[in-house]
Design a protein around this ligand. Structure first.
Ligand code: TRP
Length: 331
């Protein structure tokens, strides 16, 4: 039997090229080697208030299309809607009792997000890593491709699994995280990192015109006033993107060497980056358009995927109930 992958995204807008190098690329590459489940984490999006649920459906659909667009093959992988598998909540509610409040509050992913989004966090928000543990463990997942920011969440998941197994015997597979080739991609404004809600992202669904505008406005070496000034490569978003997306390595080397010597203008570096990014995005746009234009097919993929995921989850949840012995009196 193949080992499993489970991963997904909290829908809060369209996905961007940072998600690609952080996690999407790994999913697409590994989907043939692992039995792959992709979660549309709508319940995670409600962590700080579920009353926005219906509004979030639009984002859920965008994230769904983004996954298909980058090459998740629905014939090979299973894409499902988190709330369509309510058994997750059962695991979640038990896992909540296994994690001390102080431990939950110490989770660096949670702390960082609270700070960054200036949240007044709900109970649900503090506990989102525990919901995530349920998402992961319910599939007997071996590998979780995620962005670097999610590593502490996977660590907490492993703790829960180990702790449960110690008490009740081997029940859950202990999952491992896998971070992509660029852990945190810088934003077009030079800030770490490219953010979903922010203006500093290049979306996977960007059209040529907006892509050009965004590339032309990328923050570069602020100390370089004239094209004849020697420029800095390190930490320069232009070159970070070239390294990540320009497949013509010789061109990138040439640009870098001329940039450090003050022998190339920003415009040429940006123009070549635009061409590289545009050819990277072209097939992604095309696939996206196919699924946008065939809403019946897309809906079928999500409905079938959710059904299949639920079947797999129910197996684990039944095993879980059996182990803890909760329903013996009514069996
Ligand atoms: N919290 C993840 C994010 O913000 C999304 C997510 C929810 C997830 N459940 C998951 C990722 C399970 C991996 C596995 O991106």
């Amino acid at each position: 039997m193949k080992k499993r992958i489970l991963t997904g995204d909290t829908p809060s807008g369209k996905l961007h090229i940072g998600h690609y190098v952080g996690t999407l690329e790994n999913r697409v590459k590994l989907q043939h080697e692992y039995e792959t489940f992709i979660l549309l984490a709508n319940v995670h999006a409600y962590a700080n208030d579920f009353r926005q649920a219906e509004k979030i459906n639009k984002s859920v659909y965008e994230v769904f299309l983004d996954n298909l667009a980058v090459g998740i093959d629905p014939e090979v992988s299973t894409i499902y809607l988190e709330s369509g598998v309510p058994e997750t909540y059962e695991l979640y509610s038990f896992f909540l009792t296994m994690v001390m409040l102080a431990r939950a509050q110490r989770n660096p992913s949670v702390k960082e997000e609270i700070q960054y989004k200036k949240l007044n966090p709900s109970m649900g928000f503090i506990a989102y890593p525990i919901l995530q543990a349920a998402d992961i463990l319910q599939f007997q997942t071996h590998l979780v491709p995620v962005g670097e920011d999610q590593l502490p969440v996977i660590e907490q998941t492993r703790e829960i699994a180990r702790d449960f197994n110690e008490t009740f015997g081997e029940t859950f597979v202990i999952p491992e995280a896998k971070v992509g080739r660029v852990a945190r991609l810088v934003g077009t404004d030079g800030k770490l990192k490219m953010s979903k809600s922010g203006e500093n992202a290049i979306l996977l669904s960007e059209n040529e015109e907006t892509l050009r505008k965004k590339v032309m406005s990328i923050f570069t070496d602020p100390n370089r006033i004239h094209p004849t000034d020697p420029g800095r490569i390190e930490g320069n978003p232009l070159f970070i993107y070239h390294d990540a997306f320009n497949t013509n390595a010789a061109e990138v080397e040439d640009l870098k060497s001329r940039y450090t010597k003050g022998k190339v203008g920003d415009i040429e570096v940006k123009e070549k980056l635009f061409i590289a990014l545009n050819s990277f995005l072209e097939p992604i746009r095309e696939k996206r358009k196919y699924y946008e234009d065939h809403p019946k097919i897309s809906k079928e993929i999500l409905m079938e995927g959710t059904k299949k995921a639920r079947k797999v989850v129910i197996e684990t949840v039944e095993k879980f109930r059996e182990k803890i012995g909760i329903n013996k009196l009514i069996q």
